[in-house]
Write a protein that binds this ligand. Structure first.
Ligand code: PAF
Length: 278
């Protein structure tokens, strides 16, 4: 596995691979890799001749009061895991923003609701860094987890709107045996918070059960989910059902919709979601 830290060297290397006719599969991450990331890497390994991983804790997607400084990091551990998944090139830049940087990408409507409402500017940071990474790696295919559902929707839209010639693959959420969705932020959970964090997946299960019984009213479905989330959360950020593609608000689930939850357990903000297939 080749480790590259310099953005220009990365661009040169990937361009040479492209010129040599190699299909580049790319998994962008912020590191602290868990089984969810590894599932992306294994699938990416199948989909490309060359597997590229990036590890970069992107400052522009963190708000001033968020956890950039304490975001978990383990470069040596990440590189060992990457190697075991067959990564060919690990891109680990120090900084991706040149002095005077002032160009940002806004996916205007999709970034408004859900996490965008409580984390202003977050998705501008995400879209911008992903666009930059795409420019450096020029992948044929890039893989993202569906746990960050809104992020995936925004990246798909950006790729379509800005004519990036890249296939975007969304991969299933990976969960612990008890249902907790894997996240690097789970490392923050202390004491009984790990158990209480199950309130998110239990909320999704409650809505899913009601939906399976024929309920289509968004208010009733979200109320059932919220009741579960409130049992464990310190604070509920949102429990919402929205159109799976446009993320528009809906009153009834009559086409594919996403039920999305964000809640604080202690000081840790967790997210989870599920698709309701009408
Ligand atoms: O999902 C993440 O880890 C990040 O948001 C991403 C896509 C790597 C951009 O920094």
């Amino acid at each position: 596995m080749n480790i590259i830290r310099d953005p220009r060297a990365m661009q040169r290397e990937c361009e040479a691979l492209r010129q040599a006719g190699k299909r580049i599969a790319f998994v962008p991450t912020m590191g602290y890799l868990h089984e969810g990331h590894l599932s992306l890497l294994r699938e990416a390994r199948r989909r490309g001749d060359v597997l590229v991983l990036s590890i970069y804790v992107n400052p522009t997607q963190f708000g001033p009061k968020e956890d950039l400084g304490r975001y978990p990091r383990d470069e040596a551990g990440d590189l060992a895991k990457a190697e075991s998944c067959g990564v060919d090139l690990a891109f680990v830049p120090q900084n991706l923003y040149p002095e005077g940087f002032q160009t940002y990408i806004a996916v205007r409507e999709l970034e408004q609701p859900l996490c965008g409402a409580s984390r202003p500017g977050h998705f501008i940071g995400v879209a911008t860094v992903v666009a930059k990474l795409f420019q450096l790696v020029r992948p044929h295919v890039a893989l993202f987890g569906r746990k960050d559902y809104q992020q995936l929707a925004i990246i798909r839209r950006m790729v379509r709107d800005l004519d990036f010639d890249i296939e975007i693959v969304g991969m299933p959420i990976v969960r612990e045996p008890d249902g907790l969705a894997l996240s690097s932020r789970n490392a923050y959970l202390e004491g009984d918070e790990r158990q209480r964090a199950l309130c998110l997946s239990r909320g999704l299960a409650a809505a899913r059960d009601l939906f399976a019984g024929g309920e289509r009213d968004t208010k009733k479905l979200t109320a059932a989910a919220r009741a579960q989330v409130e049992q464990g959360a310190t604070r509920v950020d949102y429990v919402e059902i929205r159109d799976a593609e446009s993320l528009a608000a809906v009153e009834r689930v009559e086409r594919p919709c996403v039920i999305a939850i964000a809640a604080f357990v202690g000081t840790t903000r967790l997210i989870d979601n599920d698709i309701l297939e009408a």
